[in-house]
Design a binder for this molecule. Sequence first.
Ligand code: ADP
Ligand code: ZN
Ligand code: ZN
Length: 651
Amino acid sequence: MFADLYVGYPLETGFTYRVPPGMELSPGRRVQVDFGGRQTTGFVYRVHDEEPSDFTAKDITGVIDDGEIFDSRLVELARYIASTYVSFPGEVLSLALPSGRRPSARFRVPFERSDSGPVTFNSEQSRVYDDILSSYDSGTLAHLIFGITGSGKTEIYIELARHFISMNRSVIYLVPEISLSSQVFERLYNVFGDELIIYHSHVPATQRLHNWKRFYSGEAKIAVGTRSAVFLQCPDPGLIIIDEEHDGSYKENSSPRYNAKRVAFYRSRKEGALLVMGSATPSLESMYAAESGVTGYHELKTRYGGARLPGVEIVKTSPNRPSDMISPILKLHTKRAVDSGRQAIYLLNRRGFSPIVICNACGHVVECPDCNISMNAHAGNVLLCHYCGLKRPVPARCEKCGSDDIVKLGSGTQRVEETVTKDLGVRVFRLDQDSARAKNAVHDLIEKMKNREVDVLLGTQMVAKGFDFHNVTLVGVLLADIGINMPDFRSAERIFSLLVQVAGRCGRGEDPGMVVIQTLNQDHPVFRFIRDQDYYGFYRSELSMRKLLGYPPFSRLARLLVRGKDEERVRETVNRLRDIVDERIRESGMDVRILGPSSAPFTKIGGNYRHHLILKAEKLESLRSVAAPVRKLLNPRDVYLEIDMDPYDLL
Ligand code: ADP
Ligand code: ZN
Ligand code: ZN
């Protein structure tokens, strides 16, 4: 017997191996094979008795799984993703399938289950729920819910899940962040108990395999997870939920550069599942698709229980003194909230834990020589680059003008934590990428917030996403500017949704909320829409801009990026790439426009120079037929070519 299998390398085809006598094998299992002298995992998609005529098939070394863990639907999906995103089926499979070898069930849910039973919908929720199910019955598979923060979308997802599970169909529930997945997990676990599995990259590999198998067999009926959970297989998928659908993390940043939303669309069509996407700030693409009738569309215009949206105040801040980090207005509101037993959330829109270093005389900022981004000061007078990890001492004198008036400016969450604790005398909980990594950090936070052991929750983007704390009446945004002026066509959309989302974290209980946004740049037009929480206004104005410039949703983009250590080589290669693409376009007569080449906004990361070409066309199909063959035609040496279809950012 022989087996056809894919391996996890960038190769288009599958390979045939011999099944040694006595080995029991069926499609849908992972095996161990020798590939070019290296042991690697093979994904078996076919077992047959046709001996290859032109080569001698090597023996399979060992079988990893004792039963099948995937079927032909996943193989088909992998091929679809490979062709759409100019990637490879084996690469997709090795990303889609759990990597663990021996399943392990060692996992304790860190809290007691408390099921309060089904909720009673208000009339808006009932209408949306009924509309979705009836239009699903008449054939509309994909739906967008635009519901303001706190309008009860999550409760609708939960009831939809209950409905499909009662029909013995499975449910995949996608969330954008691991931290959010634990909060949603808690809510879902109370309802579904052991029917629920969790699936994301922080779950240990052996346990992920265990969870995968339980879902694959249909023993567990609902899965909550991040992007890669969109690949989970099950006997009969009934519902795929994409919570906070506007979030950029649904797009994978390395090959295969798939978008989980698109994968969910594909699966919904192939497997007849209902797809429900929801957001308080839908992405322009999704709203446009809904308006154009491509997906069903539903609105929730009021907060559940009559809670009001918070008022928003935009405050000008000055960047210079660390003590100005928290404006008098924000201080006042924080005092008031805390004194009356309420809680606050502070958003620090900035990755990093510590200040940047700036020359007071000439304004020069110390940047990483390799990455072109500012370096952060850390304890012990060390500067650190958060892209490549380069370390150097804080210079005694300005590199540019020689002045010794060097100051540290702006602060990361750690520093702000100290300042807030000292200045305001309140209890702060810090949540950022680092602190969230600790085991049960988010669960811990949820408990402490509930028990009122925290006055101010301080964190990065993470705190904007999905939290539902009823006692929070104040949100402060410490420096809203970072991100607004990014050289990327989605930067306004991103800042709009970030700030509206974080604003939505307060006033979810009986008392109205209040939002203070500090900025250097209060005249920026985006703030008007944020102040009024005017999604439609923003959507209209942004859409007309996109139309004018021919950006998505009025076009599709592909980015071809060349990176390497030797800038001359990178430049030369990207120019050659342009010629190749040009030639392809002329040959095919396709309507594809080339922008560039130019250096990427982050011109250098980790010592690699980055130059790119942007391709624009009406149809992704044309982009693909231009982009797919370039890897072979270019045959890059000493540099690396990244092909990104429908890129999320162009930085
Ligand atoms: P969203 O997901 O739109 O932000 P949620 O579903 O989290 O909103 O709802 C906001 C709050 O209102 C939550 O605490 C939720 O439990 C509560 N809620 C929503 N709908 C109902 C309902 N029908 N019955 C009781 N509580 C509800
Ligand atoms: Zn200087
Ligand atoms: Zn660097």
